[in-house]
Design a protein around this ligand. Structure first.
Ligand code: NAD
Length: 485
C-alpha cells in the first residue's frame, strides 16, 4: 500500500497556503530513510504573493513602536519554548543531527535570538550631530530597509531563520524566507505554531519552499529591497551577481583552521578540535575544517586526538548517547568521500574511521574520522569539506602555521591554542578570518556576538549576531532640521 504523503503549504500573509505549483520534492529522513512529506517547488505566482504580502504589511509593521514589535518577538520565543520537543524531533528527522545533544539546544538558541532582538531594538539609540548653523539640529535614526528575501541552508534550519528573522522583524522589516530544499519541515512546523500561538501580524514573516531557482527569483524580484543569504560560497557568488544594487548580508562557507602551537595545552586542544570537527557531523560553517599542528607537538597531539575521537558515538540520532548522527544529504556525503579519497591518494593516513558506516538505516552515516599527514595540495586543505573529519596538517613553526591557515579563499572563523598572550595576539591580528577563538573550539559562537567573514575572502560580508545584524538590516537616516522662523 502506498501512503500519500502530505505536501507542505507555503506561509503567506499570515496563513498556510497551498502552492499553485504541482511540482514537488519528497523529503526523505537522512536518519531513518523514511519518506516524510513533500515540499512544493513554489511557482512565481506563489512568490509574487509572498512579496506582495510583505510589501503590504511593511509600513504598518515599521510604524509600530519598537516595544510592540519586541512583544511579538517575545511571543515567538515563548511559542518555540513551549513546542521545543516537537520542533527538535522534526529537525532531527529531516536533518539527521542528534536530538538531545543538538536539536534541543538549537531550538533553545532559536528562541534566544528572538529574545535578544526584542531587547536590542529598545536600545538602538542614534546621535545628534553638531551643525555649523545655529538654527539647525542634525540627528540620525535607524530605518528598516523594507522587504527582505532571505535564503537559508539545511544545517540549522530554524536557527538560521531566526538569525535573520529576529533582528529583521524587530527592526521593522518584513520578510520572505526560502528555506533549503533539504529541510523545509521544521520551518513549516514553526510557522504553524506561530500562526496558532502568537499575534504575529499577517505578511510580516512569509515562507515559500523550493530550490535554487525559487531563491533566485526572490533575489531578483523588484518588490524585494534587500537580501539575506546563508549558504555556500558558490551560491553566494550567483546571488551577489543577481542582487545588483540590493543591499545584502552574505554568510557563506568556511574552511576554518585550528592551530595547535608548540606551547598549547594539548588535552584541551585535542578535545576542542574533535568537538569542532564532529559536532553536527562537521556540517557547520565554523567547523574545525583543518588542524594545523606544529611539528614538535605533533605526535603527542595526534595520540590525544585519536583517543578523543574514539569517544564519539555514531548512531541513531534519537538515542541519548549518540554524539554523531547522519549527514544531511548525499551530495554533501559524496563531497566527504571525494575529499578523503583525494587526501589518501596524496599520502594522508587514516587513523580513525574514513568511510561510511555499513548496516545503518541510510547510507548517510559517516564514521567520525581522523586523518593525519594531510598535504597542502589536497581538496581538504583547499576547500570546505563539511563532514565529520579531523584533518591534521603539520607545520614547522608559527610563521608557517599562519601562512597555511591563510592560504584559502574562505575566511570565517579560526582557533588558536597557546599559553602565550604574545603569541595569541600575533595570531589574532594576522589570521585572515572574521572571528578568532583563542583556546577553545572554532565551533564556538554566541547569539548576540558579531559573526562573519574577513574582507578579502569569499565568505561574504555583514554580521550575524544580535544588534550587529540589526545595524546591517537598517539604514541610518540623517535628518537636518532648520528651526529658524
Ligand atoms: P547552498 O548554497 O547549496 O544552498 C543555500 C540556499 O541557497 C538553499 O536554500 C538553496 O536552495 C539556495 N540557492 C541555491 N541556488 C540558488 C540561487 N541561484 N539563487 C538563490 N538561492 C539559491 O548551501 P547549503 O549546502 O544549503 O549550505 C551549506 C553551506 O552553508 C556551507 O558552505 C556552510 O559553510 C554555509 N553556512 C554558512 C554559515 C555562515 O554563517 N557563514 C552558516 C551556516 C551555513
Amino acid at each position: 500500500m502506498t501512503v500519500k504523503l502530505a505536501t507542505l503549504k507555503n506561509f503567506i500573509d499570515g496563513k498556510a497556503v497551498e502552492s499553485t505549483s504541482t511540482e514537488t520534492r519528497t523529503i526523505v529522513s537522512p536518519a531513518t530513510g523514511e519518506e516524510l512529506f513533500q515540499a512544493p517547488e513554489s511557482s512565481q505566482e506563489d512568490m509574487d504573493k509572498a512579496v506582495e504580502a510583505a510589501r503590504r504589511a511593511q509600513p504598518a509593521w515599521e510604524a509600530k513602536s519598537p516595544w510592540e514589535r519586541a512583544k511579538i518577538c517575545h511571543e515567538i520565543a515563548d511559542a518555540i519554548d513551549r513546542n521545543i520537543e516537537k520542533l527538535a524531533h522534526m529537525q532531527t528527522m529531516e536533518q539527521g543531527k542528534p536530538y538531545k545533544e543538538e536539536s534541543i539546544p538549537d531550538m533553545e538558541e532559536t528562541a534566544e535570538n528572538f529574545r535578544i532582538a526584542a531587547e536590542d531594538v529598545k536600545r538602538m539609540e542614534t546621535s545628534i550631530i553638531p551643525s555649523e548653523d545655529v538654527n539647525k539640529r542634525i540627528f540620525t535614526f535607524r530605518k528598516a530597509k523594507g522587504v527582505y528575501a532571505c535564503i537559508i541552508p539545511w544545517n540549522f534550519p530554524p536557527l538560521m531563520l531566526a538569525e535573520f528573522a529576529a533582528p529583521g522583524i524587530a527592526a521593522g522589516n518584513t520578510m520572505i524566507f526560502k528555506p533549503s530544499e533539504w529541510t523545509p519541515g521544521t520551518i513549516s512546523l514553526l510557522m504553524e505554531i506561530l500562526e496558532e500561538e502568537t499575534n504575529l501580524p499577517p505578511g510580516v514573516l512569509n515562507v515559500v519552499y523550493g530550490s535554487g531557482p525559487a531563491g533566485q527569483y526572490l533575489v531578483e524580484h523588484d518588490g524585494v529591497d534587500a537580501i539575506g543569504f546563508i549558504g555556500s560560497h558558490n551560491t553566494a557568488e550567483t546571488i551577489i551577481r543577481s542582487a545588483g544594487f540590493k543591499p545584502s548580508i552574505i554568510e557563506a562557507s568556511g574552511n576554518g583552521p585550528t592551530i595547535v602551537c608548540a606551547d598549547a595545552d594539548l588535552d584541551r586542544a585535542a578535545e576542542a578540535a574533535v568537538f569542532g570537527a564532529f559536532f553536527c557531523a562537521g556540517q557547520v560553517c565554523c567547523a574545525t575544517a583543518r588542524v594545523v599542528v606544529v611539528e614538535s607537538v605533533h605526535d603527542a597531539f595526534v595520540e590525544k586526538v585519536v583517543e578523543e575521537a574514539k569517544k564519539w558515538k555514531l548512531g541513531d540520532p534519537f538515542d541519548d548517547d549518540t554524539t554523531v548522527g547522519a549527514m544531511n544529504n548525499e551530495p554533501n556525503a559524496q563531497k566527504m568521500d571525494a575529499h578523503v579519497k583525494d587526501a589518501v591518494e596524496k599520502g594522508a593516513r587514516v587513523l580513525v574511521g574514513g568511510e561510511r558506516q555499513a548496516g545503518m538505516p541510510t547510507n548517510l552515516y559517516y564514521q567520525p574520522t581522523v586523518i593525519d599527514q594531510v598535504g597542502l595540495d589536497t581538496l581538504i586543505n583547499k576547500h570546505e569539506t563539511f563532514g565529520p573529519i579531523v584533518p591534521i596538517i603539520t607545520v614547522q613553526d608559527d610563521e608557517e602555521a599562519i601562512q597555511v591557515a591563510n592560504d584559502t579563499y574562505l575566511g570565517l572563523q579560526s582557533a588558536v591554542f597557546t599559553k602565550s598572550s604574545a603569541r595569541a595576539y600575533k595570531y589574532m591580528n594576522q589570521l585572515q578570518t572574521g572571528n578568532v577563538v583563542i583556546n577553545d573550539t572554532s565551533d564556538y559562537w554566541e547569539a548576540h556576538v558579531p559573526f562573519g567573514a574577513a574582507a578579502g575572502t569569499r565568505t561574504g560580508w555583514g554580521r550575524i549576531g544580535g544588534r550587529y545584524t540589526m545595524l546591517d538590516m537598517t539604514d541610518l537616516r540623517t535628518v537636518t532640521w532648520d528651526f529658524s522662523e
